[in-house]
Design a protein around this ligand. Structure first.
Ligand code: FAD
Length: 311
């Protein structure tokens, strides 16, 4: 069995494995796709100390860094079930989609999250070519330009307020008849001169030319009328879905959003089971945050292992 088994190989999983391997613990990493969301990311400009890199390049460097240690990296390994140890200090079991099962004294869950897509024509085609999901990451690319934010919940309205400072004009589009964000955020949004709010609006298509977004089709759900808004960017803010479906029925506490509930040391409600990164309830889903949380969870696992004898 492993002393530490990390499930997930994004920035959080990679960081945690490096930390536990450096403590001399027998560490394994099981990841469906090592690198995680980095593979969907083009330019990264907000990783301090690295002024510019690209997602797949960073994923390759993380893989090389993990490879510098005696870490058993199982790529293309999907976890389908967690069976926690029946007693404190006992072995946890993670079952894989290929029928294998892995045992470990401690687990660090870092299976990340995925942005919910609108599923309209043009969205996938123009991803990273005007269609964006992360205002903290891609906001500055749209300086002075016209953009839309899709979604009138807290994340959409926060994104619109944030982006309105940099971009030329923001159209916020909400499917429902009213915004769902906190009132204080709505008031802030309404006070901004370069923001238009569209409610009861259904985005039907993202249009483009020459490999770049040039507009968005939106239907008024009351009248059925459709119009085109000319713009250069679309930020989709309709939810970030944690990859925790495989943990339902495991006894692990999830929040109402399906995120793994953790304390400030990355501990979950189960002894010897830790979690880090986008899959948890930690605020702000960013690479540097995921790496920091992964390092913390690794050190917490170390602390657990030296204080608890194997059952
Ligand atoms: P993830 O990167 O999601 O990795 C999860 C890992 O778990 C993957 O290896 C995955 O294959 C694996 N996994 C999932 N389910 C299972 C399972 N059942 N069994 C086994 N393995 C599983 N952040 C920034 O800081 N700067 C940016 O510029 C930036 N740009 C972004 C652009 C885009 C388009 C996107 C989508 C995100 C961007 N982010 C950016 C956010 C950043 O990518 C995430 O915050 C970060 O990757 C989270 O790391 P993580 O390790 O928690 O999860």
């Amino acid at each position: 069995p492993f002393e530490v088994l990390v499930v997930g190989g994004g920035p959080a999983g990679a960081a945690t494995a490096i930390y536990t391997a450096r403590k001399g613990f027998r560490t394994g990493v099981a990841a469906e796709r090592f690198g995680g969301q980095l593979h969907d990311t083009l330019g990264i400009e907000n990783l301090p100390g690295t002024p510019y890199t690209e997602g797949p390049k960073l994923a390759g460097e993380l893989k090389r860094h993990v490879g510098d240690y005696d870490i058993d990296l199982m790529d293309l390994a999907q976890a389908v079930k967690l069976v926690p140890a029946s007693e404190k200090g006992g072995l946890h079991t993670v079952e894989l989609g290929n029928g294998a099962s892995l045992k470990a004294r401690s687990l660090i869950l870092a299976t990340g999250a995925r942005w919910r897509n609108m599923g309209v024509p043009g969205e996938a085609e123009y991803r990273n070519k005007g269609v964006a999901y992360c205002p903290h990451c891609d906001g500055p690319l749209f300086k002075g330009k016209r953009i839309a934010v899709i979604g009138g919940g807290n994340s959409g309205v926060e994104a619109a307020i944030d982006l309105a400072k940099t971009v030329g004009h923001v159209t916020l589009i909400e499917f429902d008849t009213k915004l769902r964000a906190d009132e204080v955020l709505q008031a802030k949004l309404r006070s901004l001169p370069n923001v238009e709010i569209v409610t009861n609006g259904q985005t039907t298509e993202i249009t483009g030319a020459n490999g770049k977004v040039n507009g968005l089709r939106v239907k008024d759900r009351a009248s059925g009328d459709e119009r085109t808004i000319e713009l250069e960017g679309v930020f989709v803010q309709i939810g970030l879905v944690p990859n925790t479906e495989w943990l339902e029925d495991s006894g692990l506490t999830l929040t109402k959003h399906g995120e793994i509930a953790t304390d400030e040391e990355g501990r979950t409600n189960l002894h010897g089971v830790f979690a880090a990164g986008d899959v948890t309830d930690v605020p702000y889903k960013q690479i540097v945050v995921a790496m920091g949380e992964g390092s913390k969870a690794g050190l917490s696992a170390f602390d657990y292992l030296i204080r608890n004898e194997p059952a």
